[in-house]
Design a protein around this ligand. Structure first.
Ligand SMILES: Nc1ncnc2c1ncn2[C@@H]1O[C@H](COP(=O)(O)OP(=O)(O)OP(=O)(O)O)[C@@H](O)[C@H]1O
Ligand SMILES: [Mg+2]
Length: 461
């Protein structure tokens, strides 16, 4: 039995909800707008707030902000109109526990209220203890873009909002999912990663929702599904963009109804799972191409997070390098190594199509290959081709294509390719500098003397 505050400017809605809640054994308190609600919250112990968004005086979002600013750990359910999904997004970003769309079904609203009250957020509301101590799952980076990510994680972790993490491969999507879980009210429960593209379509239901013995050939025993395992915790749906249309439809139904059946079972079970999903596909494009259901997207992407690629936050490279040097010195059982200044400069210039994962591999290999304590550029084994791509993009000059295919480059060998490359770049720089050697040397970031030497060596005229 809980005390629930209903905030709505429509009298009929306040009455309807009061009757519903009292039938459920709760006691209801009402307010016609946010301002009145704030007054009530100051004087009475409230376990749950259900609030409309658009109201005169003070609207629902402002009320929500007010509650969260005071660190009142009271779950807030927002009532939004079906026609304005953007309200739902704002509500979840602001820290609402969940939202209900008008017009709503009585069963749906009962279910959401019970899960808000029995979930750990509701429990905390009754204990009133703040909690944010999960750390960031070892995510490294201090660039402004990463700081924004940490702030977002902090803000949304304690809510019940489903999160969609988008970003290129190797940008740390799984780490972010883990960090959200670690800082959520369900941190003590399971975090269950589910790699969507690793499960064949025919087994998807049974893997996710479980099955009973004998329900199909091969079902030799009862089996708990991954969703059940994640109940009261977090399910991490990785590679969500790979779901087939049939599976998308099934998943959507479970998310809408908050209940599922094991394959071959008649019993319906309730679920209360927070879904964090991730993909490196652009789902908006997938929706456009009718490969991904838009309604499922809105359920999953209540809070979207976009992970920045490493090339857009290069200031994090030294920190990451240092982190991986320590990590692999430990795992490879070697003494700590360092990177030479030149090696670090090369990394700073590289564009990392494989992002942090690629940097990690480069460092691991560097440690293994380096003959000395200081890792030199030779031990970094950056893919030549990709390095070329970078230079090509930066100077947007066509001369690299003259070098031929990757196969041709191996044929020629590194020394000869580099020589050719060096000569070409010097010629370009001279041209760009109107043949002033002084300015060309500046462009190339080498001394005038060494430019003059190279010009002679390569017989550049
Ligand atoms: N900011 C970071 N700090 C430390 N390690 C990181 C960071 N980002 C990524 N990593 C490391 O890089 C590797 C890839 O990260 P993760 O698996 O989270 O990427 P992802 O975005 O899920 O990639 P994919 O789309 O390929 O699955 C992991 O080993 C992870 O520990
Ligand atoms: Mg991943």
């Amino acid at each position: 039995m809980a005390t629930i505050l209903i905030v709505d400017d429509e009298l009929s809605m306040r009455e309807f909800l009061s009757i519903l809640l009292e039938k459920q054994g709760h006691s209801a308190v009402t307010a016609p707008n946010g301002r009145e609600a704030v007054k009530i919250l100051q004087t009475r112990e409230i376990h749950l707030v259900i609030s409309d968004i658009r109201m005169p005086e003070m609207g629902g979002l402002e009320l929500l902000e007010n509650i969260k600013r005071k660190n009142q750990f009271i779950p807030v359910l927002m009532i939004t109109a079906f026609a304005s999904p953007e309200d739902a997004v704002l509500a979840m970003k602001g820290g609402a526990y969940d939202y209900i769309t008008k017009p709503f079904k009585v069963d749906e609203i009962k279910q959401v209220i019970e899960s808000a009250l029995t979930g750990s957020e509701g429990q905390t509301a009754q204990k009133n203890s703040p909690s944010f101590s999960g750390g960031f799952a070892g995510i490294i980076g201090e660039s402004p873009k990463m700081i924004k990510i940490y702030e977002l994680i902090k803000r949304i972790a304690p809510t019940h909002a489903n999160v969609l993490i988008n970003g290129e491969s190797g940008t740390g999507k799984e780490l972010v999912a883990q960090a959200i879980h670690n800082n959520s009210r369900v941190a003590g429960n399971h975090f269950v990663p589910i790699t969507c593209n690793a499960i064949p379509e025919t087994l998807f239901e049974s893997e996710l929702f479980g099955h009973v013995k004998g329900s199909f050939t091969g079902a030799t025993a009862n089996k708990i599904g991954l969703f059940e395992l994640a109940n009261d915790g977090t399910a991490f749906l990785d590679e969500i963009g790979e779901l087939t249309p049939m599976v998308q439809t099934k998943l959507l139904r479970v998310l809408q109804e908050r209940e599922f059946k094991r394959v071959g079972d008649t019993k319906i079970s309730k679920i209360n799972v927070r879904i964090i999903s991730a993909t490196n596909r652009k789902l908006e494009e997938e929706i456009e191409a009718k490969r991904f259901r838009e309604d499922l997207y809105y359920r999953l992407a209540v809070v979207p997070i976009l992970m920045p690629p490493l090339r857009e936050r290069k200031e994090d490279i030294p920190l990451l390098v240092n982190h991986f040097l320590h990590k692999y010195a430990k795992t490879l059982g070697r003494s700590l190594q360092r990177l030479s200044t030149e090696a670090m400069e090369i990394l700073q210039k590289y564009n990392f199509p494989g992002n942090v994962r690629e940097l990690e591999n480069i460092i691991e290999r560097g440690i293994a290959l380096s003959p000395s304590e200081t890792i030199q550029p030779e031990s970094l084994s950056l893919p030549l081709r990709r390095h070329d791509d970078l230079v090509a993009r930066q100077s947007s000059s066509p001369f690299l294509s003259e070098l031929g295919s990757e196969e041709d480059l191996y044929e020629e060998g590194l020394e000869s390719v580099m020589t050719h490359f060096e000569k070409k770049l010097i010629e370009l720089a001279l041209k760009k500098a109107d043949f002033s050697k002084m300015r060309a040397a500046d462009l190339l970031k080498i001394s005038f003397r060494s430019l003059r030497y190279k010009i002679q060596k390569y017989h550049i005229t």
